[in-house]
Design a protein. Sequence first.
Length: 185
Amino acid sequence: MRVELKTAKEITEAVKHINHKDWIKPLVNLIHTALVKKEYKIYKDTITNEIYVCGNIAQCEITCGNVRLIETEQRFKNGKVTHRNMPVGGKIPHGVKPEICLIQEIHEEINIDYNFLKQELEAGKIVFVSKRDFQEPSLMYAGTMASYTQYLYKWEMPMTHFKTKYIESANDKECTFEWVPKESL
């Protein structure tokens, strides 16, 4: 049986048996993301003591001709690096519609005008593809499980917005997005 951890004290107590040295982000970030930003819910399995970091994500398979755009790397200010092969997107805050989160993420990550993206969405050019649930070992919080509902979209980016590479600079990290052949899905 899973129980939701609703306080910083409950979360801290539940993860104390996990070695945090392999975590990409610190415990304070997990607590803040769950309790303040409300982008995650944290659960503990009362039988196995396994911790589940659960949330919703919106992602977009962005293509331009015969290539697709993926996030290839996150380089954190603490020196840690994650190598990824993920579409553009991110966590959906509580109460936000997936498609609104998606265009905000595209805007933030690859710097495409928000109003342009909103027009593309309204014109049916950014298209909802599927919703699926999946679970995997957490990349950010080693020793926990990530459990997500993914809202996947697709968009054929106009050549007018094409750049060879995109780099997003955030407070705690720098993310690199690059084009790869469509076949490498």
